[in-house]
Design a protein around this ligand. Structure first.
Ligand SMILES: Cc1cc2nc3c(=O)[nH]c(=O)nc-3n(C[C@H](O)[C@H](O)[C@H](O)COP(=O)(O)OP(=O)(O)OC[C@H]3O[C@@H](n4cnc5c(N)ncnc54)[C@H](O)[C@@H]3O)c2cc1C
Length: 415
């Protein structure tokens, strides 16, 4: 057993550091308002229902353009799409490394935007899409084509298999009826991957079909954005009022759409965990540094065990989570993702919880300054609090772990 990060991955991290210093840090320095205490206001167009300001999204697009030109953005994509087939292990190491640098243009997690793209929908269409759907892939990578993921509904989130959205045949076409909630990116998406029941009963996984729906079609409406803990918001309500699509809109097979959703969350859950781990380590390291230089009662704050011990515990937890994330990412590279889904769930809920606890502790160690927006911890806390809900909430991850532990979802896989 060797716990050393492979040399090629370590070299990639060094390469990314050099790229950030040369091309991203100067761009960030020219636009400080998006990263300092003004960040929430600078990023949010309050008069346009709280959506991201165009200038902020343009800056993110320029970051991605530079990263793509330098050969980093497509790292995790298949070679056929100009990528490098980056492994799950490499992506875990990269996501952790970038998040551990703190808030910055190199890795803006609030927008899931990074110099190394995390593009699960590109993977999905590349793997499951028809030739016509694959023709959209290059645009999806460059940002010309923007696709949302419409699974959650007002009455169903964790229990998505109970969804109310339906699609029925009408001649050769399909007519979609329903409402989707928290459909991220639908403030300016060109397409939405809409999940609808086409057969079967509520609760059944089979019978749900995924449709790639152009957002400009008649009956496709975006009435509002949900304002969230961290703003801006691109988390839309979507109404599908009899939206007519041809059979070519189906991605993968009729009735088999849930396989796509499972693929999506597995890609995202482990990467989210790695990011949460990195940001937790950032909060810990910043707190240690601050406690060493802050003088309270005539002594460095750091001499107090009440300051040291909570940080020592978080540091220990981070090391445990790191080993689990790397081990699971390696297993994902070697086995089918459904064979390690309980491990992915373990990583996800522990890492996301750790990020929130570390950000909260960092606020405490920094005292009044920690509570201000001049420090990044409130932003980190508010963003990562979301991760405890979105890729399947914490309870849903635990349900998956327990399902294998108790044998309801197949054997106990520990070991
Ligand atoms: C910022 C944001 C972005 C999002 N983006 C998207 C997106 O792009 N596309 C999309 O489809 N969805 C998106 N979502 C929706 C997200 O996936 C759901 O909110 C999530 O799956 C939880 O569903 P719910 O909100 O309906 O909660 P519910 O399913 O109603 O659950 C409520 C609470 O009960 C818990 N719970 C549920 N079942 C059990 C149980 N059996 N035992 C114990 N506890 C249980 C849940 O964990 C949760 O804490 C987003 C949500 C947010 C907040």
């Amino acid at each position: 057993m060797d716990f050393t990060l492979p040399a090629a991955i370590a070299a990639k991290l060094a390469e990314l550091d050099a790229f950030i210093a040369a091309e991203i840090a100067p761009l960030q320095a020219a636009h400080p308002q998006y990263f300092d205490h003004r960040r929430e206001h600078a990023r949010t167009d309050w008069d346009q229902d709280g959506r991201p300001r165009r200038e902020w999204e343009a800056l993110l697009a320029e970051m991605r353009r530079r990263a793509d030109a330098a050969g980093h953005y497509r790292f995790a994509l298949p070679k056929a799409l100009g990528g490098q087939d980056g492994s799950n292990l490499a992506m875990a190491a990269i996501r952790e490394h970038l998040a551990a640098k703190g808030l910055g243009l190199h890795n803006d997690l609030q927008n899931e935007s990074s110099i190394v793209g995390n593009l699960p929908l590109v993977h999905i269409l590349h793997r499951f899409g028809s030739a016509a759907q694959k023709a959209l892939l290059e645009g999806m990578i460059t940002g010309a084509v923007r696709v949302g993921f419409g699974l959650t509904e007002p009455a169903h989130g964790s229990d998505a298999t109970w969804m109310d959205t339906t699609a029925r045949r009408d001649g050769g076409d399909w007519i979609i009826e329903g409402v989707k909630r928290f459909n991220t990116g639908l403030h300016d998406a060109t397409h939405d991957l809409v999940f609808a029941r086409t057969a079967g009963k509520p609760g059944q996984a089979k019978g749900i079909t995924a449709f790639l729906v152009p957002t400009g079609l008649p009956g496709f409406e975006v009435p509002m954005l949900w304002w969230t803990f961290n703003m801006p918001s691109d988390h839309a309500e979507v109404r599908l009022n009899g939206v007519r699509v041809p059979p070519e809109a189906i991605v993968h097979h009729e009735g088999e759409g849930l396989a796509l959703a499972q693929y999506f969350v597995h890609e995202n859950r482990i990467r989210q965990a790695a990011s949460s781990l990195g940001v937790a380590q950032y909060c810990i390291d910043e707190s240690v540094a601050y406690a060493k230089q802050r003088i309270v009662w005539g002594k460095p704050l750091s001499v107090n065990q009440a300051i040291q011990f909570p940080l020592a515990e978080l540091h220990t937890e981070a090391e445990m989570v790191r080993n689990l994330v790397y081990k699971t990412a390696l297993a994902l590279d070697q086995r089918h993702h459904m064979q390690v889904s309980d491990r992915v769930s373990m990583c996800n809920y522990r890492a996301n919880r750790l990020a929130c606890e570390a950000a909260d502790r960092a606020i405490q160690v920094h005292g009044g300054m920690g509570y201000t927006r001049h420090k990044p911890f409130e932003h980190i806390y508010r963003h990562h609090r979301r991760y405890r809900i979105t890729e399947g909430a914490e309870e849903i991850q635990l349900r998956n772990v327990a399902g294998h532990l108790f044998g309801f979802l197949g054997g106990n896989r520990t070991g």
